[in-house]
Design a protein. Sequence first.
Length: 316
Amino acid sequence: MLAFLIKRFFLLAPALAGAVTLVFVVIRLAPGTPIDIILGDFKDITPKSTIEAITRDYGLDKPIAVQYLYYLRKVLQGDLGFSLLNDRPVVSVITPHLRPTLMLAAGGVGLAVLIGVPAGVAAALHRNTSVDYGVMTLAVVWLSAPSFWFSILLIYLLAYKVPVLPMFGGGPPGNLPVELYYLILPSVAIGARSAALLARMSRSATLEVLGQDYIRTARAKGLSQRLVVYRHGLRNAAMPIVTVIGLDLAYLVGGTVIIETVFARPGLGKTMIDAIFNRDYPVVQGCVMLFAAGVIFVNFLTDLAYAAIDPRMKFS
C-alpha cells in the first residue's frame, strides 16, 4: 500500500508541475500587463520612473525564466505569493472561495449519481421499450446542450418565469440551509450532463453484465430479479461506472468555472476569471494549482475505489 502511494505521488507530481508551468507561461503571453490594471486610466500620466519602480517591486522586470524559478521556489516553501491588486496573500484570497466550489462539485456529482445510475440501470432492464428510448433520448439531449445555455434556460424558467429558486449568488456564508437552497440550480446545471453520461454508461455496463453466464446461472437457481441485478450484476458493472464518475468529478472540479460565472457564485472559478481579466498572475496560478490538485486527487481516489470494488486488484 505504501509503495503504491509513493509511486502514485511521483507519477502525479509531474502533472501538477506541468499544469502550473503551462498557466504560468500562457497568462504572460496574453495581451496586457498587471501594470495596466493597477494604474488604469492614470497610466498615461504616470511618470515612467514610477512605472519602472512598480514593475521592479512586483518582479515583472525580470525574464520569464527567472520569474518562473522564483515562483517555483516560493511554491515549494508553501508560499503562493501576494495578489498584485490588493497586496494580500494568495492563500487568503482563494481560501474563502474553496468551500462554495467544493459544494458545487459535490452537488453536481451527487445529482449525477442519484439520477444517472438508476436511469441507466432501468433502461437496461427495460431494453428496447419506451423507458429505454425515453432515458436515452433525454441523455442525448442533455449531452448535446452546452452547460452555459442550460444554465441560462434554468434561470429563465425556474428563477424568472416561475420564481421558485434564486437566480444568482451563493447565499450567506455559514447558513447551510440557505446555501443549499442557492445550490439547487447550479447543481442541476452542472450535473445534468454528468447524469446523462452516467446513464449511458450504466446502461451499457449493465447490459454487458446481464448477458454473462453467471447471471443466467443465478437466475436458474431461482434468485429474485432484485438480488440478481443488485448483488451480482451491479457489483460487476461498477468498474466502468466508477471510472466515469471519477473522470466526471475531475471534469466538474474544473467545470465550475463556467457555472460559477453564469450564476455569479463566489467560488474559485469566478475568482480565477476575475483574476484573469485583472492580470493578477499569482491568484490565477494559485487557482489553477488548486484545480489541478483537485483533479489529481480525484484520480487517486478512483484508483483506490478500484481495489475496494474488486479485491482481486492489487496496488501496483
